[in-house]
Ligand binder design. Sequence first.
Ligand code: OX2
Length: 803
Amino acid sequence: MNMTTNMRPVSSAALKQAVEQHLTYTLGKDAGHASVYDWRMALSFAIRDCIVEPWFRATRSTYEGQRKRVYYLSMEFLIGRTLEDAMINLGLLEAARDVANEVGFDLREIIEDEPDAALGNGGLGRLAACFLESMSTIGCPAFGYGIRYEHGLFRQRFEGGQQVETPEDWLTLPHPWEFARPESAYEIGFKGEAVDGGWRPAESVVASAYDMPVIGWQGRWANTLRLWGAKPTTLFDLERFNSGDYAAAAEPEALARTLSRVLYPDDTTYQGKELRLKQEFFLTSAALQDILRRFRTEYDDLAKLPTKVAIQMNDTHPAIAGPELIRLLTDVHGMEWSQAQEIARATLGYTNHTLLPEALERWSTWLMGNVLPRHMQIIERIDDDHRRATKRPAHVGIVRNNEVQMGELAFIMSHKVNGVSALHSDLVKKTVFHDLNEIHPGRIINQTNGVTPRRWLKLANPPLATLISDKIGEGWIGDLEQIKTLEPFAKDADFRRDFRAAKRTNKVALSNWVGETMGVKIDPDAMFDVQIKRIHEYKRQHLNIFETIALWHNMRENPNAGWAPRVKIFGGKSAPGYAVAKEIIHLINDVASVINSDPVTKDLLKVVYPPNYNVSMAERVIPATDLSEQISTAGKEASGTGNMKFTMNGALTIGTLDGANVEIREQVGPENFFLFGLTADEVVKHRRNVRHARDAIEASQNMQSVLQMIVEGRFSPSDPDRYHGLVDRAWNHDHYLVAADFDSYYDAQRKVDALYLDPDAWEEQAVLNTARSGFFSSDRTIRGYMADIWETESALVGEESLT
Ligand code: OX2
């Protein structure tokens, strides 16, 4: 069968007719009165119609070919907007632009009317979204499984420079990209008791499916993202209602509604809340029941499961999959224990995304035993079996200190465990899973993260994407390795000029947006120096703002010293309960208001921090960036994926040897990367000196001035004591080694200045960054997972020859 022949060209006229049909008959709107929302919905339905056919065909081909399927279980999918991405992958963007113009709207306005689907916190959720797109592009038969949160990540605004959270409500308006599947529903139990080889839950809810098609590049394949919404098993307890106990009567409904109500707003921190454990089990059990149901419609022997099914756990959040799969195989399907354990292990894979101790999930045995009593028994038995089979040291185990260690559970129940960058995978072997790695050599492997070039270059950066395609053709979009053929043009002055012009177009657009939305005027010819990501001490936004203060101070002292004009751009949210991160946000905003009103430096330095950073803001900012800030303490950022997006878009990186920065530097060449700071090994050694911060500050005039200005209240004149705690921590509790890295960072920034003042040299390096970014496509990552973990093949192999 031939997926590629599905790409029937759709003319503008045909698309217009389809849009008008939907406007009239789906939305019941008269064109004369249709709003931008109405047109967006009509266009979305028309585009969605174009996905359905390849989607069905992909599903049929998977069944007919009896292909192995991949199931990606994730508590987060940070999708962003869907309409533009779908139009691009279907090749319908130009037709849609014509339609919009004809009906008197600007396509951009229609695209931007769509709310972001923010079902994730940061890198882990966005990675899942890139993976879905790449699996569809490659033709890897797959499902994503997640939760249909009514409220995604909170909205952020600033009041007096401080973060204020408000609920996000992406589902208030109808969501055109989903298909409700009320027939795909499973009962999910909680609590109650384990009874001889089984479980009698005391509570239950129903998980009901909603499907979103995910279309790959050129519409050749489409997979499904299946999100579960919670519904009550019984609407309400009529007996209790009739006896007047209205609150108790509504209990089943209340439990169900809270389960899929909101996304936990933590990124790399673990909270240990009962509702979260219930959400994790809700997703996992619904997915596994669905997977087994589908498998059994095709095959009768559950022993074949690992040959037809690969289940990937995105971090430990769905790690209850091990015990739940064993429970379903034994208690429900009557399989014998040891076989069930083996089959589960051969089916499951686990991706570790962090080494931070505060992120490692562990549940008290009491809570686990209470919420999932049967699973607690199964976990203990897995642990006993493992202890007996491996003669492991006493301190290794799933159940330790009356807690269930989810990392150990995920490891022991998986046939492959992967880290997300070369350095991170190495550290996984040496640190968190040191002992388990010795017991199970070869189980830990690396799969360096990647990002989809469709969204992060073609969609986000039309001027650059067009320039690249004009030079080397369009092949890079589906095969990013081809972008290396751009390399010789780094030496071509005309090409460098065009490359610079594309960047400038994006910088002008960003400047206008900043002017309109924030009322701050920024100069598109200044260097745009950007740090956008979650706010966290290990990511060191405070290092960046300290350097900004030092720079400002030195610019004032010596305004004619040949500084490169800069705009420092920050973006990112803090977890609502993370006080230190919130203090850093406050400081950035305070520093911004002082610097931005300084007449002495007005042509040299500005600081902007647009609120509510999300996927759509990233699409706006990354293409306009000159300098990418990747400055985490070495050994702490597992990979980073923003770093890759910047590289693709021709930004230069200033960064530490952390996460995927290491590989970015290798790929683009060390001469095209601004390196600073301690290495991961040096960080560990450095911390042994209890005076590391004090020594570094005492040796650095710059650092002393910065802390002095902050502590004097220069940035908080109405409340001069505001940052005493922050400054005290800088001296005495500098766990992330800001002081130790400060001078090295400041010096590297001055090298950045010098290069920026030589536009030709800068542009050559920028072109080389783009040209050498081919490795960082998530298509490459997915091919790695397919070969090394899932043992699956593309369903599109050989398809090309049929077109
Ligand atoms: C993030 C990691 O912090 C980041 O380094 C990585 O690039 C991303 O996952 C994708 O792998 N929550 N978020 C992460 O880890 C956890 C846990």
